[in-house]
Design a protein. Structure first.
Length: 117
């Protein structure tokens, strides 16, 4: 299976709330904390902007600071850190169908990259 060969890494896309405690609370609320190989990274604003730029993620604070706007996307990197596949498409509101479609697409991309490795 893929689980022992794949790391799932999320990058914080919120320029206001970047503390590890906020990300840990998000992981717990979304039931992500128990996923194997799951990492949720944060850093200084300069570090995050560098990552956002690398993956072409636009992040902005909406008026009154109530919401953060950012593109949803995923990337598959090989063992050397080279970007092999990128999806910068927002699937829209989460439904069972869009979650399943995203998961299948991402898993297929990971399998393809691992097969080429």
């Amino acid at each position: 299976g893929l689980s022992h060969r794949v790391e799932l890494v999320a990058i914080d896309a919120n320029p206001i709330y970047r503390s590890p405690s906020v990300l840990q609370a998000f992981d717990r609320d979304e039931s992500l904390a128990q996923l194997p190989n799951w990492l949720y990274l944060t850093g200084t604003l300069a570090q995050l902007r560098s990552v956002w730029n690398t993956f072409s993620v636009d992040v902005s604070v909406l008026p009154a600071g109530a919401m953060i706007s950012h593109a949803d996307g995923a990337a598959v990197l090989d063992a050397t850190g080279r970007i092999r596949w990128v999806m910068n498409a927002d699937p829209g509101p989460a439904t069972t169908s869009t979650k399943s479609s995203f998961a299948v697409t991402l898993a297929d991309a990971a399998r393809s990259v691992l097969k080429d490795a």
